[in-house]
Design a protein around this ligand. Sequence first.
Ligand SMILES: C[S@@+](CC[C@H](N)C(=O)[O-])C[C@H]1O[C@@H](n2cnc3c(N)ncnc32)[C@H](O)[C@@H]1O
Length: 283
Amino acid sequence: MSRHARTHSRQNQQNRQSRQNRAARTSPPNHAGIHLLRDPAVSARMVRSSKAGPGDLVVELGAGLGALTAPLAATGARVIAVERDPRFVARLQRRFAGHAGVRVVEGDARTVMLPHRPYAVVANIPYAISTALLRRVLDSEATAIARADLLVEWGFAKRMTATHPRDLEVAWWQARFELRIAGRVTPGSFTPAPSVDSAHLVIRRRTDVSPPQARLARRLLQDAYRQPGRAAREVLGAHVPKKRAHRLLTSTGIDPPAAAGTIPASTWLDLAREVVGTRTDRP
Ligand SMILES: C[S@@+](CC[C@H](N)C(=O)[O-])C[C@H]1O[C@@H](n2cnc3c(N)ncnc32)[C@H](O)[C@@H]1O
């Protein structure tokens, strides 16, 4: 090889290396759980469904490159965009530098401070930590969350909306929040495409459940989940006189000896409302 050819090949190598370095700095890091939303129609549907607008506070968990942040900010709502990956954080900060309504927070969505005043969550969440995130925003009795519109794995959404949730904690969330699937989202709406369908999961706080009603629902659910074979009349009878328990169950269409585990979470909530709604002494 001539001296000129060697210099030329070294130059090519350097150019290639510098292109690769640039790509590594600017392309999304490719670790599990990153499925960036690429279909603006899906983002628009989520934002519309959230009813976000001026005066609202929206928390986005896992903001990525801002596919949801931008249309959320355009509604006039204040947006707190939480993102763990520093490379995404840097790009979000650049993208939303001129937007007074957007605050980019670098942190873990599982532990980040959440607002004390009512807020909404709108997010395409990292699927691997879906349960942890719902636990974080829904579990506490004092949570200020009012509603959420989430993109989650289809199977996860089915578990969250099951009439007989497998876990007590999901039944507890269902007692205080309405959870429903608004629609199916196909893998092609994301890049890279996930291997399964996703769902738009809608969560709305039940405004017609008082804290004492929710507390009684929790105790009934705890009993029913710990002893699913126990008779419903005994579970309810631990909180109200036996005759009343019998009457309430019958009027709700439940056979009093029926196993507690066969009764939907929503029915335990109805019973708790009946009991506390008509009683003034204690929940
Ligand atoms: C499914 S992607 C969604 C990104 C963006 N919202 C979109 O729709 O294009 C999930 C995002 O959550 C981020 N993420 C993953 N784990 C996180 C965590 N524990 N806390 C905060 N963000 C996290 C990822 O870096 C990624 O940007």
